[in-house]
Ligand binder design. Sequence first.
Ligand code: C5P
Length: 366
Amino acid sequence: KTTLETLSGAPVLTGFWNTQKSSQAEGTQPAFGTHHIDTARWADLILVAPATAHFIAKAANGFADDLLTTEILAFQGPVLIVPAMNPAMYSHPAVQENIKRLLKYGTRFLGPTSGKTACGEEGLGRMIEPEAILELVASSFFKRPNGRKVVITLGPTRSSMDPVRYISNRSSGLMGASLCWAALQAGYRVKAICGPSQAPLPMVEGIEIVRVQTAREMAEATLEAWPTADVYIGAAAVLDWEIKNPSLEKLKKEQGMPLIEFEKNPDILSLVSQSKRSNQFVLGFAAETENALPNAKLKLNQKKCDAIFVNDVSKSTSGFESNFNSGWWLDSKEEIVSYNVLPKTELARNIISKIPLLESGSHLPN
Ligand code: C5P
């Protein structure tokens, strides 16, 4: 308690009836009285991180036997829960039912993610990273819906050699995930078509996430969603080539060096641009290691999109696997805007704000 009070400079409440005056900071919540009412009126948001299976069960069933659960009942704003538990516990139907019930009440969940949990086991149950939690908190203050839908492709794609091996690339999906956040914050409804990536995607109302592995799957999902969307953002690092002859069985080294044949993958960005209506906007991404701007100009014309964001992935301070990025926005009106190194979350907000709000076609059926 003292540590948290010292670090935050704010009082930490642990019980119903707090009689400690010492830690009351000026302008913060009241230290006396009926906290479950006072604090619930004072707060803009409740965040529970990490949240145990036990807490989720109590919240789902309307318990009010401690300060936190009581607070949640008395609170009328957004409640965010960040689960962290053993993977077997998380997948238990009782926990899943409790989560469903809370979702029905409007509670939002972020995570868990797959990985090592505190008990040493691996699986879906690990708490999402603190940075992602921060983002979610920020996202809770979303703008009003703007009536527009955006399809965002992100992450890498994979092509299988055999049942255990694949080729892929170093895309982390972080830029795409940041764009999803920024689009939601700006009021868009988002369809995220995501290749195999661990990037923390928003789990909030307004986003639908489709998980894919291959470029072909990504192309299919995108082309299906595109006719009823207003904006397409191609932030995925799609493999240009697919292994044509994957082995059905694991390749053995005794069989000698495998002869891999490739075939060209569909260029999703070009296909989307080809079927673009005048009230739709297409933004592509380009990762370059040299001559970034001239190459991006070429790509903008070749792929016939409305804008390209190009970044130089040869720099260690930005691009793949980094939380930072820099680059240039260039569009078909020949506007060029240069962005210095920024956190991907902030850059994403800048990029989203550059997309024009054209007349909406989202009234078309889903
Ligand atoms: O041609 P290049 O891969 O450099 O172009 C990058 C842009 O094209 C990105 O927006 C990427 O998502 C998109 N792309 C695609 N389908 C491919 C390859 C790239 O949509 N097969």
